[in-house]
Design a protein around this ligand. Structure first.
Ligand SMILES: Cc1cc2nc3c(=O)[nH]c(=O)nc-3n(C[C@H](O)[C@H](O)[C@H](O)COP(=O)(O)OP(=O)(O)OC[C@H]3O[C@@H](n4cnc5c(N)ncnc54)[C@H](O)[C@@H]3O)c2cc1C
Length: 422
């Protein structure tokens, strides 16, 4: 029934991809967005790492790694359904994984975990007949020798470094390509500056209440998809839906320096099993820099997190960038040589929503596992915890299949285990 009335709440990465897929299948969509433009929140400010499970070394059953790998092999190939994208033009340099001294895991344990990720990758990649980012047929990790490691990072801080072929995809380019596609698609009506307040059942329909400018309005739909990320729980609550577990919202800075860098200017590094830190070299697209102990400025266990985007002055944001960058410079000496004008720094923050309410420095924190994410459907109302940027194109297709009544990928049809809500 292509005349179903469908509303998508939130024009972030997930809302945009889902709308584009449903429009391609012949459905008309109302896409509601609170902000003045689509894809300007988490799916814009994030680091764009297309996870291969390496970071989830503390998730011993490997569900999270497997799920990320399934998302990763679909990432570019699904995006190509909606936009024209060449992976080689949007990826970072490959990541080095840097294991802190006094780490939560020993180097050998990490090496064994990365090897298991590579094995899962082979299985998943064969199963779906897909490559990582459409070009890598295998994934690898190689432990650097002491002298190689010392040439790259400050050994006072790290005990091991692993070279990998994991990458980030520059999220701002993806956002601008998706935005163009949204605006060109006649079947999608994008309502910006429109805040969804409440959703309720009305007989066989689902009624969405929203604030558009000064006025309060409502519309009726057959299917409603909640892709609002930071408002997910608040809107679900108006439908009487509770989260599966404890949760937390965090505000984290994803600082960018928007000048071109050469491949050799600095390595892309992820600092793991201790205080998280990242520097990502996007070459001619700039660099991303985050140091979690300073850049994670907000924490909330309420259903409606504070409006952190509005809470920091430009001066405070710049200070967070500067202090984070100083910490990264201590650890990655090449960063000390970078010169950039301060007006090219964009210290943007974004919200991370996750099940679990203890932070990453706790080795049993649920934040080390992310497989309990995905779609929960309640008779025409679909609530989606995206989990990670990596999973967006996969989830968008799964949502469209669910609306369209097509068979879904699940444990039975794929032979691959993942959570029943995904
Ligand atoms: C700093 C940072 C780094 C990250 N790094 C990575 C990474 O490297 N790799 C990775 O896989 N993931 C990463 N993530 C997580 C990733 O960004 C998110 O999982 C993903 O982008 C969420 O996508 P989304 O479309 O669900 O949410 P969003 O992109 O936030 O979209 C939600 C949209 O809903 C709108 N909205 C909210 N409330 C309402 C309302 N009431 N009415 C109407 N519209 C509303 C918002 O304005 C927004 O446009 C990172 C996140 C952050 C913040």
């Amino acid at each position: 029934m292509k005349n179903k009335r469908i509303a998508i709440l939130g024009a972030g990465g997930l809302g945009a991809c889902t709308a584009l897929e449903l429009a391609q299948r012949g459905y008309s969509i109302d896409l509601y967005e609170k902000h003045s433009e689509p894809i300007r929140k988490a799916s814009f400010v994030n680091e764009g790492k297309i996870h291969l499970g390496f970071i989830y070394a503390l998730d011993k059953d490997l569900y999270t790694a497997r799920q990320m790998i399934i998302g990763a092999v679909h990432f570019i190939s699904n995006l190509k359904r909606w936009i024209s994208i060449k992976p080689e033009e949007v990826i970072s340099t490959p990541f080095y994984y840097c294991n802190h001294r006094g780490s939560l895991s020993k180097g050998d344990e990490l090496g064994a975990h990365y090897q298991k990720c590579a094995e899962i990758f082979d299985e998943v990649s064969q199963h779906y007949d897909k490559k990582y980012l459409d070009f890598e047929e295998t994934i690898f990790s190689k432990r650097l020798s002491q002298s190689e490691m010392e040439g790259m990072v400050n050994p006072e801080y790290f005990q091991d470094v692993f070279q990998t072929n994991e990458y980030s995809v520059e999220p701002r380019i993806v956002a601008s390509l998706l935005t163009e596609a949204l605006l060109e698609e006649p079947k999608i009506r994008l309502h910006v500056h429109t805040t969804v307040q409440k959703v309720e059942r009305n007989g066989t329909s689902i009624r969405v209440h929203f604030e558009e400018g000064e006025s309060l309005r409502q519309e009726e739909y057959d299917e409603v998809i909640n892709c609002t990320w930071n408002s997910l729980l608040r809107i679900d609550q108006t439908m009487g839906i509770e989260p599966l577990y404890n949760w937390s919202f965090r505000y984290k800075y994803g600082n960018k320096i928007l000048i071109p860098f050469g491949n050799e200017d600095f390595p892309s590094c992820t600092m793991v099993q201790g205080p998280y830190g990242d520097c990502v070299n996007f070459r001619d697209r700039g660099g991303f820099f985050s140091w979690y102990p300073i850049g994670r400025t907000g924490w909330s266990e309420g259903k409606n997190p504070p409006d952190w985007d509005q809470m920091y002055s430009q001066e405070e944001r710049f200070d967070i960038f500067k202090r984070s960058f100083e910490e990264l410079k201590k650890r990655v000496p090449a960063l000390r040589e970078l010169h950039y004008p301060s007006e090219k720094v964009d210290p943007a923050g974004g919200i991370i929503f996750a099940l679990g309410n203890t932070d990453v420095d706790n080795s049993s924190s649920k934040l080390h596992t992310r497989h309990e994410v995905g779609i929960r459907s309640f008779d025409g109302y679909h609530s989606v915890n995206t989990g990670k940027y990596t999973l967006i194109p996969l989830l968008a297709l799964q949502l469209a299949n669910r609306i369209d009544g097509r068979p879904e990928m699940n444990e039975k049809s794929t032979g691959i285990h993942y959570h029943s809500n995904l």
